[in-house]
Design a protein around this ligand. Structure first.
Ligand SMILES: *[C@@H]1O[C@H](CO)[C@@H](O)[C@H](O)[C@H]1NC(C)=O
Ligand SMILES: *[C@@H]1O[C@H](CO)[C@@H](O)[C@H](O)[C@H]1NC(C)=O
Ligand SMILES: *[C@@H]1O[C@H](CO)[C@@H](O)[C@H](O)[C@H]1NC(C)=O
Ligand SMILES: *[C@@H]1O[C@H](CO)[C@@H](O)[C@H](O)[C@H]1NC(C)=O
Ligand SMILES: *[C@@H]1O[C@H](CO)[C@@H](O)[C@H](O)[C@H]1NC(C)=O
Length: 543
């Protein structure tokens, strides 16, 4: 669980944060070795909510072993909310519910280990969990020590029931608590993996959300940035819920790097509201993102076809690729989203989703993927394993809500790829569009005038639309963005920052306003936050 109806009123909160001794912060992106690739495993929440117990976990573990999921890489068993008793013990330690866990959590951790798994647990940084059980506020070190002593190496830390003190912005309260937790968890003799829920509490306000995201990768290994995926018994559309988190995920691609992964929440492959194509799309998209693959389903009862696609080695290899690039949008139109990313061995991924209501066809020029149109590439269909040769373009026909992915291998002499794709304002989802000597932000239409090549190898680069490769995006002296000859000098040099700002050499930021303008860079202006193709090297600092 992450989000619930927390009421954000001002509470009294103690000053204990100030008394935490300094510990070196070294996990996450500072210590890639703690979680070099995204986690894979099981969590009870979306399927069972509070109805968890020891048997569910042992049965699930046995099934994951016998059905080959463990061997495929799913090696984590994560407890979610409601595992504990409503009161702490006399010495203040957390206690498990002995009815639900008759042998105890340390026993379960040992059981997990003996079967090849790691056990993860859930707590909340506030004064109560979302389900109303004791929160960790003021018990941070004690609870971390308790989890470690139980044999747990992964903590999902929620953010229900956090309240701001003395009128401090709520997001700063979250930052203080999560930074404190990072210091504790990364300072343990065996550091715990830290799954942060903080961003999820801010995703309805673009600028607040991004300002939370800015400190997230330094403070943990993965982060739930958006809504809980629809639970099994929930009302509403499971597919829309998946697409909601997908739409948040594409906005935060730039934050992902080895050691830190954006988490769009659980896979729900037995949700009764999903079609077979939707279940497979969910998996294929999450793997394309390099997202955590945490299954929330009753695994012993999953049909064999579902187990088979969850074990698809080609997709899992993409998910676990050590480069950890997140696939980013190349184009979007009324039906199709096209995404690409690079893989560690120099291959390029092409993932295509049909979001439309009917079967449709599309043609994707390979130049849109940053590949050389004069070369022939080998493309492996990740669903079927079939290999075909592609040149110039790829033709794809997809049923409604289906996803296809190809792993594209360049021949010798054609190994250079260019970060290429949409530049879009994450708040409006409008695309930067080239037209003769002008640029505007407009509805995405998948034309070459909306596909940008990022040229240059460092964190300063030029941006050229595929529709006219002699032209580059320029910051004009009159405060507007325009297209000029790529020989136009420093006005065509840009940098992208973790905050999302796309800054010109003269120090102004591109904004989705009045067509496309240049403004004084400002973190509180949502129109300045841009998504770029994957593989762009970010400039250091906050714009
Ligand atoms: C948590 O803090 C809030 C605000 O001070 C308070 O209203 C609430 O009762 C507290 N909850 C618990 C479980 O202590
Ligand atoms: C454990 O939980 C599962 C899933 O909610 C439930 O079906 C089962 O009856 C429970 N078992 C026990 C022993 O409580
Ligand atoms: C433990 O869980 C059982 C079954 O859900 C519940 O009836 C009981 O109240 C819980 N005990 C505590 C101490 O929370
Ligand atoms: C605190 O109490 C719990 C349960 O009573 C016990 O298991 C634990 O060892 C105690 N912790 C310390 C540090 O004494
Ligand atoms: C987002 O939050 C900030 C304060 O943190 C506020 O100034 C701004 O108005 C909010 N934006 C919207 C669209 O509500």
């Amino acid at each position: 669980m992450t989000r619930s109806s927390a009421s954000w009123v001002t509470p009294a909160r103690m000053a204990s944060l100030l008394m935490i001794p300094f510990l070196p912060a070294q996990a996450s992106v500072g210590d890639v070795g703690l979680l070099p690739t995204p986690p894979m495993g099981f969590n009870n929440w979306a399927r069972f909510e509070c109805d968890l117990n020891e048997t569910l976990f042992t049965d699930t573990a046995q099934s994951m072993v016998s059905r080959g999921l463990l061997d495929a890489g799913y090696n984590r068993l994560n407890l979610d909310d409601c595992w504990m008793q409503t009161e702490r013990s006399a010495n203040g330690s957390l206690q498990w519910n002995t009815t639900l866990f008759p042998h105890g959590i340390p026993w379960l951790a040992n059981y997990a280990r003996e079967h090849g798994f790691h056990l993860g647990i859930y707590e909340d940084a506030g004064n109560a969990t979302c389900g109303g059980y004791p929160g960790s506020l003021n018990h941070e070190q004690q609870d971390a020590d308790t989890f470690a002593s139980w044999g747990i190496d992964y903590l999902k830390l929620d953010g229900c029931n956090i309240y701001a003190e003395n009128g401090q912005p709520l997001r700063d309260e979250y930052k203080d608590l999560y930074t404190q937790w990072h210091k504790i968890l990364s300072g343990m003799s065996q550091p715990l993996i830290f799954s942060e829920s903080a961003p999820a509490y801010f995703c309805t306000n673009e600028t607040d959300w991004m300002r939370v995201m800015d400190w997230i990768p330094e403070n943990g290994e993965l982060a739930r940035h958006s809504d809980d995926v629809l639970v099994y018994s929930g009302e509403g559309s499971a597919w829309e819920s998946i697409m909601t988190n997908y739409d948040y995920q594409v906005q935060v691609a730039r934050y992902q790097q080895p050691g830190y992964y954006n988490d769009p929440d659980f896979l729900i492959p037995d949700h009764p509201g999903l079609t077979d194509d939707e279940k497979k799309s969910h998996f294929a998209l999450w793997a394309s993102f390099g997202a955590p693959l945490i299954i929330s389903a009753y695994i012993p009862d999953l049909p064999e076809e579902v187990i088979t696609f969850l074990k698809n080695k080609d997709f899992i290899d993409v998910d676990q690729d050590p480069l950890a690039q997140q696939a980013a949008l190349v184009t979007r139109d009324a039906n199709f989203d096209v995404l690409t990313r690079s893989l560690a061995n120099g291959d390029r991924l092409l993932t295509v989703l049909n979001r439309g209501k009917k079967t449709s066809k599309t043609t994707i020029p390979i130049s849109q993927l940053g590949l050389d149109s004069s070369c022939k590439y080998r493309a492996r269909n990740l669903w079927t394993g079939a290999v075909e040769t592609i040149k110039e373009s790829v033709e794809i026909t997809l049923d409604t809500h289906a996803t296809i992915a190809y792993r594209i291998t360049p021949p010798r002499g054609c190994t250079k790829t260019t970060p290429t794709g949409m530049i879009f304002n994450t708040a409006s989802s409008r695309c930067l569009t080239a037209s003769s000597d002008k640029v505007t932000f407009s509805t995405c239409d998948a034309k070459n005038s909306q596909v940008w090549s990022v040229l240059g190898s460092g964190s300063k680069f030029t941006l050229s639309p595929l529709s006219d490769s002699s032209k580059c995006l320029s910051a004009s002296k009159d405060g507007s963005a325009s297209l000029v000859s790529c020989k136009g000098g420093s006005g065509t040099s840009w940098s992208h920052f973790m905050t999302g700002h796309l800054k010109s050499a003269s120090g102004d930021c591109l904004a989705d306003s009045n067509g496309a303008s240049l403004e004084t860079c400002d973190q509180s202006v949502a129109g300045q936050i841009m998504g770029l193709p994957s593989g762009v090297k970010l400039a250091s600092g906050l714009f």
